[in-house]
Design a protein around this ligand. Structure first.
Ligand SMILES: O=C(O)CCC(=O)C(=O)O
Ligand SMILES: [Fe+2]
Length: 298
């Protein structure tokens, strides 16, 4: 394959689904309306500039990340509801299951939640990220049989090139089982103009590319739509204040959901890093809790 398949923004939902089923990823050219692209750049670029760089090879030592995006810009709403993203996501995430409740056999399906929001900017000199699947957060099993946990989008706020770190994707890797190791030699860089978007399945191997340019920044808004069954049933975050949670032992704090674990489910951004919320309940870190999300820049 010489490049990832590109569709124009007048493609049908069926076209997008067909390419995702075959390759696990697809580029939609001119995905963002010009005013959406302009608004995202205006709202997010100054905030990204103030973020520190990552502290490990996965987050990227020369990468700036900004989360809680719905607190920082209104324009993410236009991305998640775009019919060429939302409707294919529904197709992969909302598969129904028959379940017995007493005498009734019901057909239930998950609906959709926004799983991650993150602007990602790779500076010159950033090395390639390790290849991974984004549904690793859910410890999803592969092959998925068509039932995905996550459908991800990377909207380009700058041009994406092979040289500036355009996302590496291994086409077809969503069909692989969990034993098969991904290799960089199999990955294809995402090359697209600013305003275009890469959509890929949670089971597709991908990585941020290496930025080998002297002075170009590669900037994206990454968002994930997730199946709503990958969360706690009762909403503990709204039911208990952080003070109430902090009054319990660490074991109970984690069980109430204030824990990200080794699979990083439930992290929260503090000072540009994705941290385990358990740390915020400790007395010495309680002040950071006020810095989470909108409060920090508001
Ligand atoms: O920056 C990119 O192109 C991809 C980043 C990514 O896959 C991630 O952080 O999970
Ligand atoms: Fe990823």
């Amino acid at each position: 394959m010489s490049g990832l398949t590109k569709l124009l923004s007048d493609a049908t939902v069926g076209d997008v689904i067909a390419v995702l089923e075959r390759d696990g990823g697809v580029i939609i050219e001119d995905f963002l309306a010009p005013e959406t692209l302009k608004g995202l750049r205006r709202d997010l670029l100054p905030l990204l500039e103030r973020q520190p760089t990552g502290r490990d090879g996965f987050a990227g030592f020369k990468t700036r990340r900004l989360s809680a995006l719905f607190a920082h810009t209104r324009h993410c709403a236009e991305i998640v509801t775009h019919p060429l993203y939302f409707t294919p996501a529904e197709h992969f995430l909302c598969r129904s299951r028959a379940v017995w409740v007493g005498d009734d056999q019901l057909t239930l399906a998950a609906d959709i939640r926004i799983g991650v929001t993150q602007a990602i900017q790779l500076a010159p000199g950033q090395a390639a990220q390790p290849l991974h699947r984004d549904d690793t957060a859910f410890l999803w099993r592969h092959p998925t049989g068509g039932r995905e946990g996550r459908v991800q989008i990377m909207c380009a706020l700058s041009d994406f090139t092979a040289e500036n770190g355009g996302t590496l994707v291994i086409p077809g890797s969503h069909h692989w089982d969990d034993e098969r190791k991904p290799e960089l030699s199999q990955a294809i860089p995402t090359e697209m103009k600013s305003g275009s978007a890469l959509i890929f399945l949670g089971s597709t191997f991908h990585a941020g590319g290496a930025n080998t340019t002297a002075s170009e920044y590669r900037t994206a808004v990454g968002l994930a739509l997730d199946a709503s069954n990958v969360r706690q049933e009762e909403n503990m975050y709204l039911s208990l204040s952080s003070e109430q949670v902090a009054s319990y032992s660490e074991e109970i704090q984690r069980l109430l959901g204030w824990s990200a674990g080794s699979n990083h489910m439930g992290w929260v951004e503090v000072d540009g890093q994705m941290v385990d919320p358990i740390h915020l309940l400790k007395d010495e870190n309680r002040s950071s809790l006020k810095g989470v999300g909108a409060g920090r820049h508001g």
